[in-house]
Design a protein around this ligand. Sequence first.
Ligand code: ADE
Length: 252
Amino acid sequence: MNFHIMTLFPEMVMQGLDTSIIGRAMENGIIDIEAVNIRDYAFNKHNKVDDYIYGGGAGMLMQAEPVYLCHEDVVRRINEGRGRDGKEPVSPRVIYLTPQGRVFNQKMAEEFAKEEELILLCGHYEGIDERVLEEIVTDNVSIGDFVLTGGELPAMTIVDAVSRLIPGVLNNDVSAEFETFKDDLLEYPQYSRPEVWHGKRVPEILLSGHHANIEKWRHEQSLKRTAERRPDLLKRSAVTDDENNEKRQKND
Ligand code: ADE
């Protein structure tokens, strides 16, 4: 999978992602991440990409044209590469990172992981001229109800969450299968050696070797933990259960 991050701060993005698991996945050629500097597409001699806001208001806005030219160039290069590999041209999804977007979650990560090419657009200052957003953006995505100084950290968050779902990125493919948010539940508590630490024993059942009982205990712990920490998730899965039951009844 190939990620293309349009940003004014390419070093920030690449330094953040070029380490640990994601860095190794890049090295192994399982994913590719490029950060493209929007400033390289400024159409004036000072490489200026921002300007005052019509109608007044604090701060500056990123102008439409450099963002537009940068996007055109990224798409052209993607399709040149695909042509060389004998693949059909694509018009990749463009994710604009904004606190006004749909709030990112694991389901969205799974949806994005199906794409071959993904473009992420990072705004800075007070944002980007609405006209270019209307023309190129397919998904407005937020990482939570708070305001950051730019879209770079959200873009890195999304690249990380999506990458770890790509087969081969995690050493242990099973660990992406049984984890927090699977079926809208938080993961059960886990323990490693020693058996007793600070006077606390590892729950006896985990030492029993009885797999069916361990699975049952873990599921109960997941439900308990979700009820305590994220009751909203239980409500959500109850709603989908109801919906599924309704559909089943209709089909019967
Ligand atoms: N840009 C600024 N704040 C943001 C947020 N919470 N999510 C995504 N992009 C942002």
